[in-house]
Each structure stands twice: as structure tokens, then as C-alpha cells.
Design a protein around this ligand. Structure first.
Ligand code: ADP
Ligand code: MG
Ligand code: MG
Length: 948
């Protein structure tokens, strides 16, 4: 219930931001938790590092004692007017320091065996290197002397001190590192040594003195001596680092919101020393190799060093495997730590350790970041080792990340700088010779030359160039431009809208700044990030590892929905099978019409003046289409193949009017020239060799030219007659099929004859005929009439029964509203969410993408691009109504989706939640969809985001 009077309720700020004052002393908030007391799951409160230190302490790992000051303390501190620690924080800190003293038997600031601590940052999200840590805090003249006396190790004492002064100076007092480095180098030069281990205790003492002087000179104050003053300053400095520029930039860059991480905690940890001699060391490890996933401890260590030395690169660390030889006892302990961590967290861990005089301490652990390939491998292997259940192994891998493995990508080792950057329009990387038109691409492609088709933008008539090219690069257009959509459909890399590139098709060159790319120059594109390079950058192939194959098999066993592919040719279908598609959800027959050897026949069909003429041409198309379908059925057997009858307006198959007019003008020129030659030949006959003049005469065949002109003029007339104001809403799809029944009838016949052919050959087939753009049941009934007539003829002719399902695309809003009626005729629905999204928003896709969608996204009017991420609230609502109503009249109605959304993980999850039977997407996305479908079944609707 909503309230109309805000005065009766506290405003949100009064409940959130001033808890201490509001609650009073009795219920004062607890700011500090000892490791043994903190809740290991509460990363928001304790930060990731703190929560895991608590957790590790609880499960009995050897963690030095310590405590966490909460992120709430940090926020209260940052909110306070003069950045004051909230009341009570330092009291609690003193209390827990006393407890630390008790546990270690040492005394903070003590003159005998002094306690030193580290003061470490750590928020809920890991932000490596963004915030600060101070080591060896608690040192001053007195405690230093005590430390040296107690350890009997002068060198160690002075080393610890100079580190502390530098870290504290830098982090807490803002003294630039360079000032310290200057002094450090001066002493090294004086001593004649290159690395710090070569420094003598006296050198190190000298460095400490110089550092104190640096601080004094820079801050105009003495270095603070009192350990508690040091501690308080350090805590504040760590809290402040949350609002440091580095940290703010990092959060912006990686999209870390306050809901994900709000403030940093401070961890105060008793120091342990890896720099106490050759029985001491420090290092970092991964429980498994994060680059490959291999089940082997992986990492680096340094003997006689302190934590930050490993990352700082002062000395080159050794691979952890070497420890087995160098410190066998410690290595065994490390392996034991590794397996305890994995068994507890059931996840690959990235951890820090320190060995102090033969005792191993764990100082930090967190989930290891891995690439997709190692995520997949570790999932499968951790399942086999009994660490993960099947469901866990499946859900551990983010479907979207599989993209990394499934498309060729640039060798991660490459160092090339991109020449230009465009939009990442279709994932994958490819190299080849730049070619500026589709014909040339095709000609070279046929010779086996690798080419990249470079265009200002592409048109449907460039399609043969797409087939021949390794990838497509355009200087104009967005992620839904023709180039992008077609490339994604084919699974070819595409960089679109690389505006820094100026393409001059006539000159066959492209200009990028002051550089020129000539035809034949090799370029490399990376469609995953939009980068364009000159020359060949090595690529690594899609990675269908045995682990991935197994993981996807498990996914198939768990997923309720099936996954099909959109595939238009037998080759596409074969590829889809390799990616694990179980059926074809969309075969667009127009792609078959567009092939270069067929287009002339299709044009004849369109130009035909009478139905008889048209039928005659269509008879030539029939065997070609039949052969296509036989290829598709055989490739996909025994799974279903859904064939969509012709959808686009037919004038799309004709050249443009401008093109035709130019051609005709040029032909007229040619004719005039030919005429001149005719005259020339006549005159020449009187003086020249007869054979020579005959050859020239042949060139000047005006009759042949006239014939071409006549035909072009006929095509032009037709193109004018077919011109539409709004072709996408015009004479297309089923409207066309009803106007020209002979076209659909031919297609239906080709499907059925192909199926009959397969049945006779013992191949299991399940053809499904699908009608596009339907908005009323009446349209469907008419087309079903064609099917009924042809089916009985074909069955009679072939002497076999031909199974065939009949269904409809649902891509028109009215079709959703009339789903109940449509389902009386249709046996299945397939949501064409590309068109349905356009229709629901009344956005034309190309215009939306190129003109206003980016602005809408930026201003938060729309969260996502609805052409990429299914608009669950609008389009999704229509879909769920259509499913519900359709199944009213036909409970076993099969429903799928074949828009581009069918390959998008969150859209797939939504499809599952409204009861779809399958999703269909382009072949390379099939594995992503298989995994996403399994996630949907396992996780149910818990993750469905309806707030688009
Ligand atoms: P970061 O978040 O940058 O990793 P850490 O707080 O983990 O910073 O500390 C930096 C380095 O200091 C790490 O190598 C860590 O292991 C080491 N370190 C931190 N606390 C201690 C401690 N109490 N004793 C010994 N080494 C420590
Ligand atoms: Mg760390
Ligand atoms: Mg459509």
C-alpha cells in the first residue's frame, strides 16, 4: 500500500544514513569484528577480503589473528563533515588490539616483543591494486630496537622499518613514491649493489633515516611515532582511498554500483614475516591454472621477501613448482592448503601466503578469475572429482562467456595497435586482403584467397561477397545495419560503422587518417571489440574442447527447451549440427533465391507478365529448391526442419531503379558507339582486309544490345510498378503468397517432394512449413489449402506418406491477439521477435539503431536495445499472451522463437518461463543457447528480469 502523506513516515535518509545518532548509545552499532566472529558470507559488511579471512579462520586454516572494521564505519566516516571516525570505532579497535596482543603474546608499541600489524583495504567487489595497504605498522625507534633484539636479526628489522615508512608515507601522508625511490637508489649506488637483498643492515638503517627525513621535509612534520596514532591515521587513509580517483575511475569502468560494493572495510592483521631469512617466503597461488584450467597449483613465490615484492617485480619470482625441490616441507603444506581451500569453497581460489620460519600462513583468498575455456574445464573436472554437482557445474559457467571460445579470436599474445575502431557487430576475428566490392570478393574467394569485404555499407545484392569473405568491415551503419545482421546470421566477423575509415569504392582504396589501404592490402578485424588492424594479426580458432562437449551434453540433458539453429543452406545446416543444434527453427528461402546462379531466374519470375509465363519460370526453380531441401533434411535428420515460405517483398530481388537507369543510359551510349562502328565497318570494307572488319563488326552487334536494353527496360518498368512506400509493411510474406499462389505452391511442392525423396531413401524427415507475416487465420487457411492439394499429389507420385507440420510465424501484433484462432489452423507458432519488436514499438529497426536508440539508452528511457535484449515487458507480454491463448485451442501447440533474441541468454530464460518448446539462433550461438536453456531449467524463473 502506498501512502499519500510523507510526513507520517521517516524519510529514507533518516533511516539509512544516521544510525548512530538515531539509535542512541544502548543500541550502538558494532563497527569491528574479530576474524573468529565475522560472518564469512557478509561481504557487503566486511568486504571480500575480510569475509574470507573470517571464513578461513573459522574452518581452521592458519590465518594470522586480526579483525575487520566494517564498510558501514567507512561510509559513516566518508559522510561525516570533517571525515571523522564514528564514535566508538577507536574504542572497539583498542579492545580488539588488546585481544590481538593476547593471542600473539606481543605488545603493540611494546619495548620487548612488539606487535606489528598490517592495515588492509577490501571491499565487497575485488578492485585489485585500487586501494591501499600498509605493512609493519607499529614501528618506531623503541619498537624497532625491540624487534631487532627479539629476532636477533638487524637486517630484517631495518628492512621492515624502511618499508613501513615508505608505505605509510605514501598511503597515509601522501608522500610521492619517487622521493623515496631517489634515496633508495642513492644508497644502492653508494653500496654498489643492484638488488635490495645485497644491501647490508647498515645500508638499510641509512635508508630508514633518509626516508624519515623525506617525510619530514615533505609534510613539514615529524613522522608519527605513537603506534595508536599511526593506526588511526592508517584506518582513515584506507577509508579515504575508497573515494580516491583511481578507485572511482575503476568502479566507473567496471560498472561497480553501490548495490554491489559500498565502501571499503579495513582489515587489521598481525604481521607475519616472509623476510626473516631463507626459511621464509611469500607468494601468490591459484588452486588451478587460471589460463588453462589444468588441475595443478599455479603461482609464484619469493624467498626472504615481504608480500608486495612479488607483485612489484623487484626480483623475479619463481614458479611455485620449484618450491617442491627448494622447500619440500612447505610445498606439502601448501598443497594441503590448496585442497582445503577448494574443498571448502568448491571454487578455484586465488590466494596469498607467507611462510615465516617454516610456518605457512594464508593471508587472503578469493574466487579465481578465469577465461571461458578454463571455467569450462574446471567445471567438468571439479564435477568428476566430486566437488560439484552436475547442476552446479552447468550453472557455474556464464553462457555469454562461451562466446570467447566459439568464435575465432585474436591471439591473446598479440601486441598490434588498432588502426581504427568501429562497432563490434558480429563476434570473431579474421584477416584477409581488403576488397571493395562483392564481385571481386567472390572472384578472389573462389580462388581460395582470404578476403575482407570493405564497404561504406552493404546491400542485399552484396550477399555473394559475404559468402566469399572471411569478414566484413563497413564505415557506416550500426549494429543492426544490413552488414551486421547478415554477418551475425552467417556467423562471420563484422566490424560496422568504423567511421575513421573513408572508403572510396571507385578508386578501390580506403583512407584512415594519413594511411591508405589499397585493394589487396591485408587487414585484420576483430568483431568482438570493433578493432581494425593493418596486416595479419594471428588468430586462434574456436575451441571445442572435450570438456566443452561434455558440459554441453549435460546441459542438453537438463534443459527443458530444445535448441535449434537458423540455417538457410545445407552447408549451414551441417555446421549447425556440429554446434549441437537439434533441428532448424528457421530456414529463410530467400537466401536460396539470392544465390548468383538463381537470381536471373527469380528476376524472370518477377518480370513475367502472366501467371502462365510465371509458372513456366517457376518450373525451373522447383528442382533447384527441391535439391536444397533434400540437402537440408539429410544434414539435419532425424531432427525437424522449419521452412519459411518466401517473405521479403519481391522487388528486393530486382536491381534498384537507379542502377537500372544508369545501366540503360550506358547501354544507349554503347549502342551509339556500336552504330558508329557499323558505319566505320561499311567504309572500311572498301579499303581493308575482310577478316579484320568482320571481327569489328561482331563487336558492334546493335541487335544484341537492343535486346538487352529491352529486357532492362522491362525490369525497370516492373521495379517502378512494384515500388512501395513502406516495403517492410507492404506487399510481402503471406500477402505475396496469396497474390501469387504459384510461388508458394512451388515452394510447398519442393519441400514435400524433397521430403518424399528422403522418406524413400530411408532418411527420417520432419519438415515444418511456416508462413510469414500472418495476421489472420483466413490467410493461413488459404495457404494450408495449397499444402493439402500438393501433399496428396506428391504422396501419390512418390508412393509414400510424407509427414509435414503446418505453422505460422508470429511477428505481427494482431497475430498475438488472434492466437487462439490461428492455433486452430497452425500446429506450431514461431515468434519472429525481430519484426514483432519493430511492430510493438513502431520503431523501424535501422532508423532506431542509427538515430535515436543510443540516446534513449543514454538517458535511461530504455535500458537495453530491444533488438538485442528481448523487451520482456512489452514484446514478452504479447508473447506470453499468444502462448496462453494459442494453447487454449490447441493444448499441444508447439512454440518456438527464431528472432535474434533466441541466442541471448536472458531472453532465453524468459522464453523458458513462458513455456516455449525451443529457441532457434544462428549456429555459432547454439552452444550458448544450450547452456542458457539448461540454466533456465535449473534456476527456474528466479533470475527472469522483467524490468527492461
Ligand atoms: P591487495 O588488496 O593489494 O592484495 P593486501 O591487503 O592483500 O593488498 O596486501 C598487500 C600484500 O601484503 C599482500 O602480498 C599481502 O599478502 C601482504 N600482507 C598483508 N597483510 C599481511 C600480514 N599481516 N603479514 C604479512 N603480509 C601481509
Ligand atoms: Mg591481496
Ligand atoms: Mg520477419
Amino acid at each position: 500500500m502506498e501512502t499519500s502523506t510523507i510526513t507520517t513516515f521517516p524519510t529514507p535518509t533518516s533511516t539509512e544514513a544516521t544510525p548512530v545518532a538515531a539509535l542512541g548509545a544502548a543500541a550502538r552499532r558494532k563497527w569491528v569484528y574479530e576474524f573468529a566472529e565475522g560472518n564469512g558470507r557478509d561481504k557487503m559488511l566486511l568486504g571480500g577480503k575480510g569475509a574470507n579471512l573470517c571464513e578461513m579462520t573459522k574452518i581452521g586454516l592458519n590465518v594470522p589473528p586480526g579483525f575487520v572494521i566494517t564498510t558501514e564505519a567507512c561510509l559513516a566516516f566518508l559522510d561525516s563533515e570533517q571525515r571523522q571516525l564514528p564514535d566508538g570505532v577507536m574504542d572497539e579497535v583498542r579492545h580488539y588490539m588488546a585481544s590481538l596482543e593476547q593471542k600473539t603474546g606481543q605488545k603493540f608499541g611494546g619495548a620487548d616483543d612488539p606487535l606489528l600489524v598490517s592495515v588492509r583495504s577490501g571491499s565487497a567487489m575485488s578492485m585489485p591494486g585500487m586501494m591501499d595497504t600498509i605493512l609493519n605498522l607499529g614501528l618506531n625507534e623503541t619498537t624497532l630496537a625491540a624487534l631487532i633484539r627479539h629476532t636477533g636479526n638487524e637486517r630484517f628489522g631495518y628492512d621492515a622499518y624502511r618499508r613501513f615508512i615508505q608505505l605509510f608515507g605514501k598511503v597515509a601522508l601522501g608522500v610521492p613514491d619517487a622521493l623515496f625511490d631517489e634515496q633508495f637508489d642513492a644508497v644502492k649506488t653508494k653500496a654498489g649493489v643492484k638488488v635490495d637483498v645485497g644491501l647490508s643492515p647498515d645500508d638499510l638503517r641509512d635508508i630508514g633515516k633518509r626516508f624519515l627525513a623525506v617525510v619530514q621535509a615533505h609534510t613539514r612534520r615529524a613522522f608519527p611515532d605513537d603506534p595508536y596514532e599511526q593506526l588511526e591515521i592508517a584506518i582513515k587513509a584506507v577509508f579515504n582511498s575508497w573515494m580516491g580517483k583511481r578507485a572511482i575511475d575503476y568502479r566507473r569502468e567496471f560498472g561497480i554500483t553501490p548495490a554491489m560494493a559500498n565502501g571499503t572495510a579495513v582489515n587489521v592483521v598481525a604481521m607475519v614475516f616472509g623476510n626473516m631469512g631463507n626459511d621464509s617466503a611469500t607468494g601468490v597461488g591459484f588452486t588451478r591454472n587460471p589460463a588453462t584450467g589444468e588441475n595443478l597449483i599455479y603461482g609464484e613465490y619469493l624467498v626472504n621477501a615481504q608480500g608486495e615484492d612479488v607483485v612489484a617485480g623487484i626480483r623475479t619470482p619463481k614458479p611455485i613448482q620449484e618450491m617442491e625441490r627448494e622447500m619440500p616441507m612447505m610445498y606439502r603444506q601448501l598443497i594441503d592448503l590448496r585442497s582445503k581451500l577448494e574443498r571448502h569453497y568448491r571454487e578455484v581460489q586465488d590466494f596469498e601466503f607467507t611462510i615465516e620460519r617454516g610456518t605457512l600462513y594464508c593471508l587472503q583468498t578469493r574466487n579465481g578469475k578465469m577465461n571461458a575455456a578454463s571455467m569450462v574445464r574446471t567445471s567438468v573436472e571439479m564435477h568428476d572429482e566430486g566437488l560439484l554437482k552436475r547442476e552446479e557445474a552447468i550453472t557455474r559457467v556464464n553462457p555469454a562467456h562461451l562466446e570467447q571460445m566459439l568464435f575465432p579470436r585474436l591471439d591473446p599474445q598479440h601486441k598490434s595497435q588498432p588502426l581504427a575502431v568501429g562497432l563490434p557487430a558480429s563476434p570473431g576475428a579474421a584477416s584477409g586482403q581488403a576488397v571493395f566490392d562483392a564481385d571481386r570478393a567472390e572472384a578472389l574467394g573462389k580462388k581460395g584467397v582470404k578476403v575482407i569485404l570493405v564497404r561504406e555499407e552493404t546491400k542485399p545484392e552484396d550477399i555473394h561477397g559475404f559468402f566469399a569473405a572471411q569478414g566484413i568491415l563497413t564505415s557506416r551503419g550500426g549494429k543492426t545495419s544490413h552488414a551486421a545482421v547478415v554477418a551475425r546470421g552467417m556467423g562471420k566477423p563484422c566490424v560496422a560503422g568504423a567511421e575513421g575509415i573513408h572508403v572510396d569504392v571507385q578508386m578501390r582504396v580506403a583512407f584512415v587518417g594519413d594511411q591508405v589501404i589499397k585493394e589487396g592490402d591485408v587487414v585484420t578485424i576483430d568483431g568482438s571489440n570493433g578493432h581494425v588492424f593493418r596486416g595479419e594479426v594471428p588468430t586462434v580458432e574456436a575451441d571445442f574442447s572435450p570438456s566443452l562437449v561434455r558440459l554441453l551434453e549435460w546441459a542438453d540433458q537438463h534443459a527443458r527447451m530444445g535448441v535449434r539453429a537458423n540455417a538457410d543452406t545445407p552447408e549451414d545446416a551441417e555446421r549447425a549440427v556440429r554446434y549441437g543444434a537439434r533441428g532448424i527453427g528457421l530456414c529463410r528461402t530467400e537466401r536460396m533465391f539470392n544465390a548468383p546462379d538463381r537470381l536471373p531466374i527469380v528476376i524472370d519470375m518477377i518480370v513475367a507478365n502472366t501467371a502462365d509465363e510465371r509458372r513456366e519460370v517457376i518450373d525451373r526453380l522447383l528442382p533447384i529448391q527441391r535439391a536444397d531441401f533434400i540437402g537440408m533434411f539429410r544434414a539435419m535428420a532425424p531432427h525437424p526442419v522449419t521452412i519459411r515460405l518466401l517473405d521479403p517483398p519481391i522487388h528486393e530481388f530486382l536491381p534498384t531503379e537507379r542502377q537500372l537507369e544508369e545501366d540503360i543510359a550506358r547501354l544507349h551510349d554503347l549502342r551509339r558507339t556500336a552504330r558508329g562502328i557499323e558505319v566505320l565497318v561499311e567504309s572500311a570494307r572498301t579499303v581493308a582486309d575482310a577478316r579484320a572488319t568482320a571481327a569489328i563488326a561482331e563487336l558492334a552487334d546493335t541487335r544484341a544490345i537492343d535486346a538487352i536494353i529491352t529486357r532492362k527496360e522491362a525490369v525497370l518498368r516492373k521495379a517502378c510498378a512494384l515500388r512501395e512506400v513502406n516495403p517492410m509493411l507492404g506487399h510481402r510474406g503471406v500477402r505475396l503468397g496469396i497474390t501469387y499462389p504459384e510461388i508458394y505452391t512451388m515452394q510447398v511442392r519442393a519441400v514435400l517432394e524433397a521430403a518424399a525423396d528422403c522418406v524413400r531413401a530411408g532418411v527420417e524427415v520432419h519438415p515444418e512449413i511456416m508462413v510469414p507475416q500472418v495476421c489472420t487465420a483466413q490467410e493461413l487457411k488459404l495457404v494450408r489449402g495449397y499444402l493439402a492439394a500438393v501433399q496428396s499429389q506428391v504422396e501419390l507420385m512418390y508412393g509414400v506418406q510424407v509427414p509435414c507440420r503446418f505453422g505460422t510465424m508470429v511477428e505481427v501484433v494482431r497475430a498475438c491477439m488472434r492466437a487462439e484462432n490461428l492455433a486452430e489452423v497452425a500446429e506450431f507458432f514461431s515468434f519472429g521477435t525481430n519484426d514483432l519488436t519493430q511492430a510493438t514499438f513502431s520503431f523501424s529497426r535501422e532508423d532506431a539503431e542509427n538515430k535515436f536508440l543510443p540516446m534513449y539508452n543514454e538517458r535511461g528511457i530504455l535500458q537495453d536495445n530491444p533488438f538485442e535484449v528481448l523487451d520482456v515487458k512489452g514484446v514478452g507480454r504479447l508473447m506470453s499472451l499468444a502462448v496462453e491463448w494459442g494453447r487454449k485451442s490447441r493444448p499441444d501447440l508447439k512454440v518456438g522463437i527464431c528472432g535474434e533474441h533466441g541466442g541471448h541468454p536472458s531472453s532465453i530464460r524468459f522464453c523458458d518461463s513462458i513455456g516455449l518448446d525451443y529457441v532457434s539462433c544462428s549456429a555459432p550461438r547454439v552452444p550458448i543457447a544450450r547452456l542458457a536453456a539448461a540454466h533456465a531449467t535449473i534456476q527456474g524463473s528466479q533470475g527472469v528480469d522483467r524490468s527492461a
